[in-house]
Each structure stands twice: as C-alpha cells, then as structure tokens.
Design a protein around this ligand. Structure first.
Ligand code: HEM
Length: 406
C-alpha cells in the first residue's frame, strides 16, 4: 500500500463504507480493519494516585476533560449520611482511578482505561450547619461577597458537595461520574454538572488556550510556595491539614463582542500577545512583565488591563488557576443578551484561604478590568477540598472524628 493509498483509506474509513467503495480501496479492507481497531492507545493505561496527603486533581497537570458536579445532601443535618457518602466515594474513586470497576459498577469494561482519572471531593459551607460539625468549619468557608460584575444564576450556585472528576478520555470520565453519582443516589441530589475541556492530550505542550484564543494559566504560584499558599497546615482546623480550597466561578465569555474587537485591542485588554502569550513588554510567555514601561508617555501594558489589575499587590494575593473551557449549545446563558454562543471558563482557583488570597484580587477586577467588557460571572461557589485519603482512612475521616461522628 502506498502512502497515498493509506491516506485515502483512512479518510474513506472516516467517511464510512460508502467512502470506501467510492475511493476504490476494496482490496485494502483487511489492512483497514487493523487500522480501525488500534490496540490500547498511548495514554489510556495511565494512572494517577488516589491516596496521599493531598487529593489529586489540584496540582495534577490538568487532564483534557473535566466534570465539576455540584450535589446537595438530601438531609444536610444527617452527618452520618455525609460520612457514608464520602466512604462510598473513597472506595469507588480508589478503584476507578486504578482502572478497576466501581463497587456496584454495571459496566466494568468502561473502567478498564483510567486515562489519568482523578476524583477530587470538596465540602460546601452548608455541611457545617450540622451542630456536630459547626465548630469545625474553616472560617473562610463562606459565600464570597457580592461583586458588581456578577450576574449569578442560582443554577450554578453553591452546593453541599463538589465532585471534580478529570480524565484524558471523555468516556472514562462519563463512566466515573455515573458510578460516583449512582452509588450515592439515595443520599444526594445532583444540582448541576459543568463540563469542561482543554486541548486534547498530546496536541499542545505548555499552557492551554481559552476560547478567546489567549494563552491562559501562565502566572502561577511557584512550587516552592505551595506549602505556604496552597496546602492547609491544620493551624486553624486540624482536620484540614493537607487540604485546600477551591473557588469555582462560571464566567461567560461573549464571543460576538470579542470578535468585533481588533487584534491590538484584544492584546491591550489583557496586556499580553495573542500569538505567544508574552507580556506586551517581552518576547516569551514567561518573561517578567514591566508594568512601568511606557512608549510616548503611554503604558505599554495598560494599567486597566486584566493582567495589570490581577497582578498580585502582596505575596498573599496568589492562587493556583486550573480552569477549563466550556462551550455549550447557545441558549441565552446571560439573560437579556443576544449572544450567539454559550462559551466561557469554568474558572477554578485553589488556595489555602480564599478570603485573604482570592477575594482582594476579585474585588479589584470587579472595580475595573478591561476584560469585563467581554466576560460575565454567572456562577459562583466555594468548597473546602478535603485532605487526601490514606489506606484505611477515607476522605473526611479527620473531620468526622473531630465531630464525634461514628
Ligand atoms: C473569563 C474570565 C477570564 C479570562 C478569559 C482570563 C484570562 C487571563 C489571561 C489570558 C491571563 C494572562 C496569562 C496568565 O497569566 O494566565 C490571565 C492572568 C491572570 N488572571 Fe485571568 N482571566 C479570567 C478571569 C480571572 C479571574 C476571575 C481572576 C481572579 C479573580 C483572574 C486572575 C488572574 C491572575 C491572578 C492572573 C495573573 C496576573 C499576573 O500576575 O500576571 N482571572 N487571565
């Protein structure tokens, strides 16, 4: 088979049987059959650890697909049920992430390729209204202040529990979410599911792009600072040692308006180049920005740009951004808007204390950020991300021990 024939047969295959006949490749059918059923592909077998001091899914290199599932406890006052849900999730997640079927998995074949599956569990503030847990609520686990720019839809609001599930394969991911939600169906109700994606594994090296075409996720806290800025050390609530928090904001991105802006305007609104992601004062994505630089008396990076406004004013104002794109069927995501798309970011920021680290930055951006013209926050929630499970100690064990829950 020549290279050209191989290309033709592959294309014909994609087009289906009729394409095969049309391309006149009938005799190549055997070879085609082999091509059609690739053996295990490169990334399917890969696993990430479920057990450990920290849950996976926070500092883990982001997988291509994620589902953020917000769930409410049927009876939030029943702490025993909450502990039971976490026990079931621990067992199922430990199995699924190593490629084994969930405990009551009806489709075990779908569990065979873990594809770097991670399951990360968070608790919302309402869980701590139960009297046994009330003294153990981290002080920062509370609703964010209302911001002027918010147009929050309760459809994407705070829930009791968060399941953040990520994988490099969307079939693996759908199955894992199904197993995890079905196994606790009597104790919880799914309120919302936010499906997100990044570039497919293997297509891009480096930082992802969002649907505005921007390189997004460049500036992050350094690894050396994770113990100070990201992971809780148990000083305030001893059960939180090894945990963290996530602020999850669903932010609509108005493609129509953005596309109407010229390229220069788009770059000025963030303060970075669209092609390389470099600051407007540099050449490389990771060059340090020079916020003082000016040309003809005008700042090269506008002080009103997203990056200048978001840039930390103190060491504390840092968090890990690990966002996903969403692109849902257009359906009036923002009431009253004539958007022809329903796209945006599932913006996920992880930090030890959102009140001290995240809120000051969000407040500044709400006061002014050039990017606000084309973005609208439509969902918001905060969760305590539990410390990791260890063998024999399920997720939440330290909390329920502290609350005296059997
Ligand atoms: C749809 C909404 C948003 C979009 C499209 C967006 C996009 C971007 C882009 C392209 C960058 C520059 C590259 C990088 O460092 O990642 C950036 C930086 C940054 N963004 Fe956002 N962002 C959004 C929302 C937010 C929100 C809600 C916050 C926090 C409240 C935030 C905080 C930051 C921070 C801290 C930086 C780094 C600033 C620096 O020190 O240079 N962003 N964002």
């Amino acid at each position: 088979m020549t290279g050209e024939q191989r290309r033709v047969s592959r294309r014909a295959l994609l087009a289906g049987g009729a394409g095969l006949a049309g391309a006149g490749v009938g005799a190549g059918a055997l070879g085609v059959a082999r091509e059609r059923r690739p053996q295990r592909a490169a990334f399917g077998d890969e696993t990430l650890p479920f057990h450990g001091r920290h849950q996976s899914g926070v500092t883990t290199a982001p997988q291509a697909h994620a589902q953020f599932v917000g769930l409410d406890l049927v009876d939030p006052g029943d702490v025993g049920t909450a502990a039971g849900v976490l026990r079931v999730w621990t067992q199922d997640a430990a199995r699924l992430t190593r490629g084994a079927a969930g405990l009551s998995d009806t489709e075990p074949e779908l569990a065979r390729l873990p594809a770097s599956l991670t399951v990360t569990v968070g608790l919302g503030d309402r869980v701590f209204r139960a009297s046994a847990l009330a003294p153990h609520r981290p002080s920062w686990l509370t609703a964010l202040p209302a911001f002027e720019i918010d147009r929050l839809d309760p459809r994407w609001g705070q829930t009791d529990l968060l399941l953040q599930v990520g994988a490099d394969d969307p079939v693996t991911l759908a199955h894992a979410v199904r197993v995890l939600t079905a196994s606790v169906r009597r104790s919880v109700r799914v309120r919302w599911v936010q499906r997100g994606f990044r570039n497919s594994r293997g297509t891009v090296s480096g930082t992802m792009r969002n649907l505005f075409g921007q390189v997004d996720g460049t500036v992050q806290p350094s690894l050396d600072d994770h113990d100070e800025l990201l992971w809780d050390d148990g000083r305030e609530q001893s059960w939180m040692a090894g945990g963290t928090s996530v602020v999850l904001r669903r932010i609509a991105m108005h493609m129509d308006g953005w596309e109407a802006l010229d390229r220069r305007g788009r770059e000025l609104s963030v303060g970075r180049r669209l092609d390389t992601g470099a600051p407007l004062t540099g050449n490389d994505e990771f060059d340090a920005p020079d916020f003082q630089a000016s040309r003809g008396g005008v700042s090269v990076i506008p002080a009103s740009s997203h990056m200048a406004r978001a840039h930390r004013r103190s060491r504390e104002e840092q968090f890990l951004r690990r966002s996903y794109n969403y692109d849902d069927p257009p359906s009036g995501a923002v009431p009253g808007s004539a958007d022809t798309s329903n796209s945006g970011l599932i913006f996920a920021a992880y930090q030890r204390d959102p009140v001290r680290q995240f809120v000051p930055v969000q407040r500044r951006l709400a006061e002014h950020d050039d990017l606000n013209e084309w973005t609208t926050p439509i969902g918001s929630a905060v969760y305590a991300i539990l410390p990791g499970a260890t063998a024999g100690r399920p997720l939440g064990a330290a909390l329920f021990d502290a609350g005296g829950v059997a």
